[in-house]
Design a protein around this ligand. Structure first.
Ligand code: CP
Ligand code: NVA
Length: 306
């Protein structure tokens, strides 16, 4: 049995296989052919943070695959009142076929997985957001932008930056991450990515200068400057991140026809300008829709590997 906690535990071939399954299921869905691989199965979805895309995509995805999803907010289950993670894991995994968790510390999901009888999927932790990267890469494939990637990530050294690093390191492409001083990516995760990059040929560069990162990039991406749980730092972050907005001037430094991606929710006038966002909105909303298709690919893959 496999869990999907970070992309670290998956080979390049496995990542591409998950995306391939997702793309096939997407193609079928567009022709009104429903894949029912997960008939009678149940997905438990534990949310300790807010969500629009993750909830809707997993719930809809599980339904379309013939199964059922349970939305379990920590406000409503005993986990939020102090029932230990290891007990919650043993109970929920005894009744469901798969579990998706969105939480704060990555160690919580690791502990849950170590006690779980069923595959556990990371729906975002403070450290990683791997399901988002499946959708992002699927979007690059669909837009014929998955060869010779030079990706510029501009903004906070957060869960999205970390997940981009692991994806680049696994697939072997060039990633340049520009963050303000003091908001760099986690040193340990960077080291893991750099070690993996030695095998794959990936090039991972970190800088405090967005211009260096974006010059000649084929993909430009960013994320909110204030992640969930950091709301108290918002005002301070807006001041510090000045100069890191992806705007038209910045996009002009990238390759002509460079793609812009954003995991959403997007804050116009902060990490991205209104103009860049709207010019690229068709791709960005396809990226959001691809959460549904990529995660269906993932759930089918995890089910096959138990
Ligand atoms: N991108 C993403 O995970 O969105 P939600 O927070 O709305 O789930
Ligand atoms: N970095 C953001 C991603 C939201 C999908 C957060 O953790 O809030």
């Amino acid at each position: 049995m496999r869990h999907f906690l970070t992309l670290k535990d998956f080979t390049k071939e496995e990542i591409l296989e998950i995306i391939e399954i997702g793309l096939n299921i997407k193609k079928n869905l567009k022709s009104n052919i429903y894949n029912k691989e997960l008939e009678n199965q149940t997905l438990g979805m534990i949310f300790e943070k807010s969500s629009t895309r993750t909830r809707v995509s997993f719930e809809t995805g599980m339904f379309q695959l013939g199964g059922h999803a349970l939305f379990l907010s920590n406000r409503d289950i005993h986990l939020g009142r102090g029932e230990p993670v290891r007990d919650t894991a043993r109970v929920i995994s005894s009744m469901t076929d798969m579990v998706m968790i969105r939480t704060f510390e990555h160690s919580m999901i690791e502990e849950f997985a170590s006690y779980s009888k069923v595959p556990v999927i990371n729906g975002l932790t403070d450290s990683f957001h791997p399901v988002q990267l499946l959708a992002d890469y699927m979007t690059l494939v669909e837009h014929n932008a998955s060869e010779n990637i030079i990706c510029a990530y501009i903004g906070d050294g957060n869960n999205m930056a970390h997940s981009w690093m692991i994806l680049a390191a696994k697939l072997g492409f060039e990633l340049r991450i520009a963050t303000p001083k003091g908001y760099e990516v986690d040193e340990n995760i960077l080291q893991i990515a750099l070690d993996l990059a030695k095998q794959s040929g990936a090039k991972i560069i970190t800088t405090n200068d967005p211009k260096i990162a974006v010059k000649g990039a084929s993909v430009v991406t960013t994320d909110t400057w204030t992640s969930m749980g950091q709301e108290d730092e918002k005002e301070q972050r807006i001041k510090i991140f000045k100069g890191f907005m992806v705007d038209d001037t910045m996009m002009q430094l990238a390759k002509q026809n460079a793609l812009f991606l954003h995991c959403l929710p997007a804050y116009r006038g902060l990490e991205v300008s209104e103009s860049v966002f709207e010019k690229h909105s068709k791709v960005v909303f396809n990226e959001a829709e691809n959460r549904l298709h990529a995660q269906k690919g993932l759930m089918v893959w995890l089910d096959k590997h138990r």
